[in-house]
Design a binder for this molecule. Structure first.
Ligand SMILES: Nc1nc2c(c(=O)[nH]1)N=C([C@H](O)[C@@H](O)CO)CN2
Length: 122
């Protein structure tokens, strides 16, 4: 199965468990891998037959603008649900990093996978 990639997408949002974090915006860095069959779009050169990564990035920033979670876990789970509901994504892997949250670490975060990976047919 083919995969559309979005790497190191920076989004600003209100996120964190501490009181001081509820009053500021912080950046998250997202990596997404989205399973899809690119062949219909490649055969026709038609954007409507594939996942539009620009539209997905816009939707992610709008999601970040309109939600305020405590945990990166909640952000990731709810974003994955949102994207799978609004786009034809059968399987995705989402990494969410919160740079600067732990000064001794370059970043901390998590990775989730959701959905069924379609079986390859050549
Ligand atoms: N597993 C998690 N651990 C922590 C989180 C989180 O979202 N998931 N969040 C925090 C704080 O908000 C932290 O980022 C502030 O520096 C602590 N641990």
């Amino acid at each position: 199965m083919d995969r559309i990639l979005i790497e190191a997408l920076k989004v600003d949002t209100v996120i964190g468990v501490y009181d001081w974090e509820r009053t500021i915006q912080q950046s998250l860095s997202l990596d997404l891998t989205l399973a899809t069959d690119i062949r219909p779009a490649a055969a026709t050169d038609d954007l409507s037959l594939t996942l539009d990564y620009a539209a997905i990035c816009q939707r992610i920033q709008r999601f970040a603008d309109t939600h305020q979670f405590a945990l990166v876990e909640t952000f990731a789970e709810r974003l994955a649900e949102c994207l799978r509901y609004e786009f034809p994504i059968s399987w995705l892997r989402l990494r969410v990093r919160k740079p600067g949250a732990v000064p001794q670490a370059a970043s901390v975060g998590l990775e989730i996978t959701r959905g069924e990976l379609p079986t390859a047919k050549e």
